[in-house]
Write a protein that binds this ligand. Structure first.
Ligand code: HBI
Ligand code: FE
Length: 287
């Protein structure tokens, strides 16, 4: 199902944006950001796509701790025309697509409490800004994210949001990319999670399968645990081309005639980089 959201809070504007109110963050909030930032940048040095590591520098702003979205947006705007807009949490799909289509990335302003684990039900500022924003400085990925937003507005009209949500999930959130002989991380859901940054590359449990748009959009995904399959792209160019060159309406119709696939499925026609043992399965829900 599309993401479930609570009613729009009174202090949010019609587009669900709110003031970040950077001054209201506590010293503990900033300390949590700094601790997570240091830990993740250290462990991602050899794991993250180079484009992500290049974009990380943008987050080192003049003010310490949690990035001030106004300052961050100024830098990002110069790079690729994107800006970061604070929202209270998950926003309705159409609102989300509308922002992306206009090169506005919506980011939760709250930060997890010090004891909270890597996994959060609602994206906090560490997931959204550390995980998603650095790649928005890469021109190809920036174009892909805007194309995704435009595609989302069209999908909404075709009742195909759930299909497109899988594309977002298996690329923007949990995507892997080939670099030379290696696999690197580019999905924000992995990059903002210490545990999954290790699991997605090193663990024998999950499948790692070559990106194929039709196959990926048939595949359900886990929202309560590490992924049972990761899809691997060759380049951001491939990803952008697959999205802008596809006429999605006939693709959605073809998909309606095909069975959904479970998250751990492997098909004979799959480009299988590694077939998982699925030893890590826990949790039950998939979408
Ligand atoms: N809202 N704030 C926020 N962040 C998201 O990542 C998000 C969202 N609403 C919907 C959504 N993601 C997904 O369901 C999209 O694929 C539609
Ligand atoms: Fe996200």
């Amino acid at each position: 199902m599309a993401s479930l959201t609570s009613p729009r809070p009174d202090h949010a504007a019609a587009d669900w944006s709110v003031a970040q109110d950077w001054a209201s963050y506590s010293a503990q909030d900033h300390a949590t950001w700094d601790r997570l930032f240091e830990r993740q940048t250290k462990m991602l040095r050899d794991r993250a796509a180079p484009e992500f590591l290049d974009g990380l520098d943008m987050l080192r702003l003049t003010k310490p701790g949690i990035p001030d979205f106004a300052e961050l947006s100024e830098r990002l705007m110069q790079r690729t025309g994107w800006q970061v807009v604070a929202v209270p949490g998950l926003v309705p799909d159409r609102v989300f697509f509308e922002h992306l289509a206009n090169r506005r990335f919506v980011a939760g302003r709250f930060i997890r409490s010090p004891d909270q684990s890597d996994y959060l039900a609602e994206p906090d500022v560490f997931h959204d800004v550390f995980g998603h924003v650095p790649l928005l400085a890469d021109p190809l990925f920036a174009d892909y994210m805007q194309a995704y937003g435009e595609g989302g507005l069209r999908a909404d009209g075709l009742g195909a949001i759930d299909r497109l949500a899988r594309l977002y999930w298996y690329t923007v959130e949990f995507g892997l990319i080939r670099r030379g002989g290696d696999m690197k991380l580019y999905g924000a859901g992995i990059l903002s999670s210490y545990g999954e940054s290790v699991f997605a590359l090193d663990d024998p449990s999950p499948n790692r399968i070559g990106f194929d748009l039709n196959r990926l959009m048939r595949t359900r995904y886990r929202i309560d645990d590490y992924q049972q399959s990761y899809f691997v792209i060759g380049s951001f160019e491939d990803l952008l081309r697959a999205t802008v060159e596809t006429d999605f309406a006939p693709l959605y119709r073809a998909l309606d005639g095909q069975e959904d696939l479970e998250p751990d499925a492997v098909l004979p026609e799959d480009r299988v980089y590694s077939r998982g043992t699925q030893d890590h399965v826990s949790g039950v829900e998939s979408k």
